[in-house]
Design a binder for this molecule. Sequence first.
Ligand SMILES: [Zn+2]
Ligand SMILES: [Zn+2]
Length: 651
Amino acid sequence: MYIQVRLLKSVQDPLWYRVPADWNTKNLLGAAVNVPLRNQIVPALVEKISDQKPGSYKIKYAQSKEPFPHDVSYNEFIKKLAYYYQEPPLHFIKRIRQFIVQKEVKSHADKNVSSLNHKKESVILTDEQQQIVDFLLPKITQSIYCPTLVHGVTGSGKTELYKKFIEYAMKEKRSVILLLPEVTLAVQFFNKLKQQLSIEIAIFGFHSATGPKEKRLLWQKIVSAEPVLIIGVHLPILLPIENLGLIIIDEEHEMGFQEKKHPKINSKEAALLRAQLCEIPIILGSATPSLSSLYNVQQRGWHFFQLKKRFAGEFPKIAVVPLNDKKKRKYFWITDKLKNAISDRLTKKEQTILFLNRRGYSFFVQCKQCSFVFSCSHCSVSLTLHCDNRLVCHYCNFAMILPIKCSDCKQTEFLKKGIGTQQLVMLLQKIYPHARIERADMDTTVNKKHWQQVMHNFESGTIDILVGTQTITKGYHFPGVTLVGILWADLNLHFPSYNAAETTLQQLIQVAGRAGRQHINSLVVVQTMMDHPVFDYLNEIDYIKFFKKEFASRKEVKYPPYMRLAEIELKHQDESIIADEAQQLANELSARINKDAVRLLGPTLPPVHKVKKIYMRKIYLKSKNIHLLIDLFQQINKKRYKSGIFFTPNP
Ligand SMILES: [Zn+2]
Ligand SMILES: [Zn+2]
């Protein structure tokens, strides 16, 4: 028998080796092996197996095999992922195996084990929570695939549930994967669970911020089939795990589960596939469940539970206030309602969160004379003004000092349009000179220490007003907050995407949910330029009602979840080539499709169609059957095109 391998540490052509007679040849595909190359022994991954000798030249024997977990459904899982995302299977295995050939490392007992040093008070679950626990625990023991959606309002104690599930699974000697939509949230959960679990559990982070030593240590545990809790975003689901017993997905509505680079794997979808193949339960939790999950409850028999009560505190009152009511205010962006509410909180020593999903000072700078807008020379976006007078591209980080004269007409007067978080902080400092104000957005998270300090100070009450983008909307628990101001609620509502209303509502409810975690009198002020039906559903209790309405309109216009959508993206550095080829590809597809079963849209110019000097075009395919769309993509003669062509099912 012969194996074709690819070296782990370089991107050379594949090489062939002979399999020693004493090897167990089961599960050889994708296995890590050591092979001789010149005078060295180097690690490689098995890509192909053949009984035929591949050539007439002399072929050396492979040396040794790395130990690999005995996960019976793993190969099937990788095969299905490869088909779905139209990538070679090795791509998925490579993502997780960079570290497995490192040297053995010794365990630092305390770092990865939940600490039992301080006494944990055992939390008494509510009836709502207990009902879910009673339902799910037997499913872990019996190993049954049962996707379960938990719609728990903000502050309803979903984490308490997760802890019960994890502790139970560990007692049953089963491993658990916990997925979150962002690395910062994964780190937060790791720290929280390490403190709070009531039995001793091996816990590992497995994401971009995890060091190689820790990854290696985790791998050793998995190989020896010890039960572990693995917390991450994209990577954990790709690990082979013999004793996997449960998958938990928190904040399941978040886009963060889809990777940003091609192939854009969606970890939530991968997790569902994995749970199905392993025959284990999977829990999806959110205060604002996605439309697709609610659809699955309705149509595919997913189990559904609701937590309608808060653990503590009460729901805030919601006030929607128009920004453009033409009343002359001294500060356009702060309505009287919001201004008075903030003053009131400052007097009562309560805290305020102001949410604005744009960082920087102004969205863009425009010449008063000729309307010229400063834009990035590498991307098709305008530059954002920051308060140090720099113009910054938020896509490629290109930056320049704002020139004195317009590049076009040489006049010197500019309009600074749209408000960002930096400008908001300066505005607040003028209105409330004695308030303690801090900002939290992508510019301030770069410095991790400073960021943690700000979050800690806000939690402990030494900051009065926190201004932030969506980075502050998730996961944090700020007991002193009784006012949330949403500065410009319809900012993202008019984005050209079929689910703009859904994602906007989810975000607003998540932000609003930061108020009133411990208080009974809390308020959310929602400022908006334009009225929109979503503002009628800001009260969490009405969330499901919104979906009944949204379902109907999606059905009418034939969008997901009623239809399956796939995206084909073209990329090239030459604009005329990409324009031609996008049309050519659309024509090629058009000629192949059965127009009764598949609809083609495009080619379209995405809102941002050039990033870092690379141009983009998109073609969308719609059908009831995703396999038809995958088949179509497979049929494309990709060699005919100079552009890169990428496939994303469910974009
Ligand atoms: Zn000008
Ligand atoms: Zn740029």
